[in-house]
Design a protein around this ligand. Structure first.
Ligand code: CDP
Length: 204
């Protein structure tokens, strides 16, 4: 079965949590496409040219430590605005999306550019304050004590860049379900995603 779930949305909206839970529940493969841009950004911070960094990516780059720092997030969003970098990363993501057995991809342009034919498209969002608090809690759990207002500023700067870029900007696909998780618990958000998928899964 070919079945793609595309989950897009701004930073720290809950895409990763929903994607992981949905993938586990349906036995689908999961690709966090943000990691691809983070790994590219990390290579650029280490001195590589952006396109060369994207072309040189190895599977183990996505498993490296330190991809979740605010510096790497900003570097990711800068390289992600370069059309040649995005073009170099498209084929891998498309193949993943249409692999047999079902796939969940989360990112910014999955439902619009990578897999416009996705069977389910969600655009997961939440208020700036809620997203900043969630990311702040994650960072604190990882041992970083960044002030909440700095976390908020980092998210806003990235969202503005991601939404304004000319190539594959962050935007909800016209046929995406917009899920505002500001006032939702994780189980509620997952249940909303599961309901969408169950409606569209082929009958056995
Ligand atoms: O985890 P968070 O939502 O903060 O970010 P992420 O999904 O790891 O993405 C990091 C950055 O990669 C984003 O700010 C985007 O600039 C870029 N990105 C993108 O352009 N396209 C994607 N499909 C995924 C991420």
């Amino acid at each position: 079965m070919i079945f793609t779930v595309a989950i897009d949305g701004p930073a720290a909206a809950g895409k990763g949590t929903i994607s992981r839970e949905v993938a586990a529940r349906f036995g689908f493969a999961h690709l966090d496409t943000g990691l691809i841009y983070r790994a590219t950004g990390r290579r650029v911070l280490a001195g590589e040219a952006p396109l060369a960094a994207a072309q040189a990516l190895l599977p183990e780059d996505l498993r490296a430590d330190g991809l979740r720092t605010p510096e790497v997030a900003q570097a990711a969003s800068r390289v992600a605005a370069i059309p040649e970098v995005r073009a170099a990363l498209v084929d891998f993501q498309r193949r993943f999306a249409r692999r047999k057995g079902g796939a969940v991809l989360d990112g910014r342009d999955i439902g619009t550019v990578i897999c416009p034919e996705a069977e389910v498209k969600l655009f997961v969002t939440a208020s700036d304050a809620v997203r900043a608090e969630r990311r702040w809690l994650e960072e604190r759990a990882a041992g970083h004590d960044t002030p909440l207002e700095d976390v908020l500023a980092e998210l806003r700067a990235r969202d503005a860049r991601d939404a304004a870029r000319a190539t594959a900007p962050m935007v909800a696909a016209p046929d995406a379900l917009v899920l505002d998780t500001s006032a939702m618990t994780v189980p509620e958000a997952v249940a909303a995603a599961v309901a969408q998928i169950e409606q569209r899964l082929p009958a056995e």
